[in-house]
Write a protein that binds this ligand. Structure first.
Ligand code: GUN
Length: 297
């Protein structure tokens, strides 16, 4: 039987409605609009499309949003000067610097420059550290989206064996940490696989929940998954152009073959992607609410 398709578009739509209601309440009660600045450096086509989608969603949800598009050759000092300006700007609650940055800029130093209270990506070491000890302020958006997809789709994580393929700071490591915490929507047994893992299939075949973020098109084939598993595909690979000129995308999982074997699977596009953007909005809303709380509101 063909798998249940977990629609990120649907789940993200539900969460966006909740955000919209909260934004209206915040505006009418405290005259505050959640404020988000996106900072894009250069002309990477994937980054441009992500930032465009983030800006569009922010506007649809009634946020105050600023879009900074900077030249490829901006210096690190100029970029950090701009971040500092937004660190001090009370109308801005969230600062997002789209990654990757050009090679002459040190990404870690840029992330360090963001005020952790405005780090809605959850990439700052303070926020990563808080995540590790189970006291997160902001969950990184993609892992947060994955966890919400599992919860809202009724996929039980408690006691489940989760196998994560990929150990990036943005997805693999944080989702592994989040799902092994002693908490609701977590409490799983987690295995992390990476480029030095021997016999990858022997691990992926043991997963009740398989989370794949390795950046290689259709690398996970049907023989690598357990019957009845849930598969979350984080990969976004550009494999050509559609007749109407849009990028043709596929995930890291061979969707057509794997969906015949598993219980549930996320598609690409339309799975994790819409959730990531929605979680960025939720983090920005949270940052705005915190400023009210800190002022005793
Ligand atoms: N590049 C790829 N994913 C992300 C993300 O979640 N946040 C930022 N800032 N850059 C990215």
């Amino acid at each position: 039987m063909s798998a249940r398709i977990i629609s990120g578009i649907e789940v993200a739509g539900e969460i966006r409605q909740e955000i919209k209601r909260d934004v209206e309440a915040l505006k009418s009660r405290y005259h505050i609009e959640p404020g988000l600045v996106t900072i894009l450096v250069g002309n990477n086509p994937a980054s441009i499309s992500y930032v465009t989608a983030k800006q569009k969603t922010a506007k649809e949800l009634g946020f105050y949003s600023i879009e900074e598009n900077l030249r490829e050759d901006i210096t690190q000092e100029e970029l950090i000067f701009m971040i500092d300006k937004y660190n001090k700007d009370d109308r801005i609650h969230g600062i997002l610097v789209q990654m990757p940055l050009p090679k002459h800029i040190n990404e870690r130093e840029v992330i360090y420059a963001i005020n952790p209270d405005k780090d809605v990506d959850g990439f700052h070491p303070v926020n990563m550290g808080r995540l590790l000890i189970g006291e997160a302020l902001f969950y990184p958006c993609t892992p947060y989206g994955i966890q919400q997809l599992l919860i809202k789709s009724g996929i039980e994580t408690e006691g489940a064996h989760v196998v994560v393929v990929g150990r990036s700071n943005i997805v693999g490591k944080p989702i592994a940490i989040m799902l092994c915490q002693k908490a609701k929507g977590a409490n799983a047994t987690v295995t992390i696989c990476h480029t030095a893992t021997k016999d990858l299939a022997s691990h992926t075949k043991r997963a009740d929940i398989l989370i794949v973020a390795l950046g290689s098109p259709k690398a996970i084939t049907a023989d690598m998954v357990k019957e009845g598993a849930t598969v979350i595909d984080v990969g976004v690979n550009r494999i050509g152009v559609t007749p109407d000129g849009k990028a043709k995308l596929c995930g890291d999982v061979d969707f057509e073959a794997v969906k015949e074997k598993v219980y549930a699977i996320t598609p690409v596009p339309g799975g994790v992607g819409p959730m990531t953007i929605t979680m960025l909005m939720l983090n920005t809303l949270k940052a705005a609410k915190r400023t009210v709380e800190m002022q005793g509101g």
